[in-house]
Ligand binder design. Structure first.
Ligand code: CA
Length: 315
C-alpha cells in the first residue's frame, strides 16, 4: 500500500491526469472530429439518441466539447442540427469543423428535402461561425453537395461523411462518400466546389474518410471492410490527387459497434486517434461513444496499429 501511495503521489506531482475510455459518458456520441485551435482541442460529434432496442440511427444534432488535457471535457451542448439548414431534413450524420481564413467551417452530412435542388437523399452542407463553439449558421443557404451531383453509386445516401483538408498553399479539399470516396477542390470561400468531383475506391473502402498531411505525405484514413467490417484502414500519397497507395489495417473492430470512424489530430506534439465504440453501459451500434487512444508512426511514415485501451490517454 505504501508503494502504491508513493507511485500515486509521484504521478500527481508530475501533473499526470488519468484518462478513461469512452471520454464522453453523459450522452451517446459518434463520428468524432477533433480540431486543435490555439491550445485547446475542440471535439465536434454526432449524437445517438436511438432506444436500446432500435435497429437504426436516431441522430438529432451535433455537439461540441473542448479540452486541454483530453480527459476533462467541457460540454457546449447541441450547437447545430439539420434544422439549421432550411433545405435539410432527417439525421445529423458525420461532420468535421475546420478553421480557415479566420472562420470555422463545419461541414456536415444530413439529408435533403425533396425540392427544386434535389429529389432527396444524403447531402453535404456547410455551417460557419467566427468562433469554434458557434453560433453557427448555414454558410450557403443550400447544400454544397446533393445526391444527384454524384452518380457512381446508386444508393441515395452515398454523399455522406465530409472531411476537409487545407494544404500548405491554402488550397482546400473536401473528401466524402459511402461506397466510394469522392473529392473536389474548394474555392477560397470554402462554400463552393472549384472543379469536378473525382470518385475512386481505396481498398476495402466503406465510408468515413479523414484526410491530413504529415511530413509531406498525404494520409487518407477511412472505415473499411478489413477482414470483417468495419475496421480502420488507410492509404498514403505523394500528391493529394493520388495515386493513393493502400497501407493496411490500423484498427480492428471496435467493442460493441458495427461502425467506427477515425478522427486524427496532433496535440502538443503527440498524435491522437479518436474513434467511437459501443462500450458504455446500454451502448451499441446505434448508441455509440467516443474514445481516444495514442497513435504512433514508424520512421517510414506508416501508422502503427492502434491499441484500443480502457484507460484512454493522459497528458
Ligand atoms: Ca450520389
Amino acid at each position: 500500500m505504501r508503494i502504491i501511495l508513493f507511485v500515486l503521489s509521484v504521478f500527481l506531482s508530475m501533473g499526470v491526469v488519468a484518462g478513461a475510455n469512452p471520454v464522453i459518458t453523459t450522452l451517446f456520441t459518434a463520428d468524432p472530429a477533433p480540431l486543435v485551435y490555439h491550445d485547446t482541442v475542440f471535439l465536434y460529434t454526432g449524437h445517438d439518441t436511438a432506444s436500446v432496442t432500435a435497429t437504426n440511427y436516431k441522430m438529432p444534432d451535433w455537439h461540441i466539447f473542448s479540452s486541454t488535457d483530453l480527459v476533462h471535457w467541457k460540454d457546449y451542448g447541441a450547437c447545430l442540427s439539420p434544422a439549421t439548414f432550411s433545405w435539410a431534413t432527417g439525421d445529423a450524420y458525420a461532420a468535421q469543423c475546420i478553421y480557415h481564413n479566420g472562420k470555422f467551417y463545419w461541414f456536415v452530412s444530413t439529408f435533403h428535402k425533396s425540392d427544386a435542388n434535389s429529389k432527396g437523399g444524403a447531402a453535404i452542407g456547410v455551417a460557419v461561425s467566427d468562433r469554434p463553439t458557434g453560433p453557427f449558421r448555414d454558410a450557403i443557404g443550400k447544400a454544397l453537395v446533393t445526391n444527384e451531383m454524384t452518380t457512381d453509386m446508386k444508393h441515395s445516401w452515398d454523399d455522406i461523411d465530409p472531411t476537409v483538408f487545407v494544404d500548405d498553399d491554402g488550397q482546400a479539399y473536401v473528401f466524402w462518400g459511402n461506397g466510394s470516396c469522392k473529392y473536389a477542390r474548394l474555392k477560397n470561400n470554402m462554400v463552393e466546389l472549384d472543379g469536378p468531383i473525382i470518385t475512386f475506391k481505396p481498398e476495402h473502402y466503406i465510408e468515413g474518410p479523414w484526410v491530413y498531411k504529415r511530413n509531406g505525405l498525404y494520409y487518407l484514413v477511412y472505415a473499411g471492410a478489413g477482414t470483417k467490417p468495419e475496421m480502420i484502414e488507410y492509404c498514403t500519397a505523394e500528391n493529394i490527387a493520388g495515386p493513393w497507395t493502400y497501407r493496411g489495417i490500423i484498427q480492428d473492430n471496435v467493442q460493441n459497434s458495427f461502425t467506427t470512424h477515425p478522427g486524427i489530430v496532433e496535440y502538443k506534439g503527440t498524435p491522437y486517434f479518436f474513434y467511437h465504440d459501443g462500450s458504455l453501459p446500454t451502448g451499441g451500434s446505434y448508441r455509440r461513444s467516443i474514445c481516444i487512444d495514442r497513435m504512433f508512426y514508424n520512421p517510414d511514415g506508416s501508422i502503427v496499429k492502434i491499441v484500443q485501451t480502457r484507460t484512454g490517454v493522459a497528458l
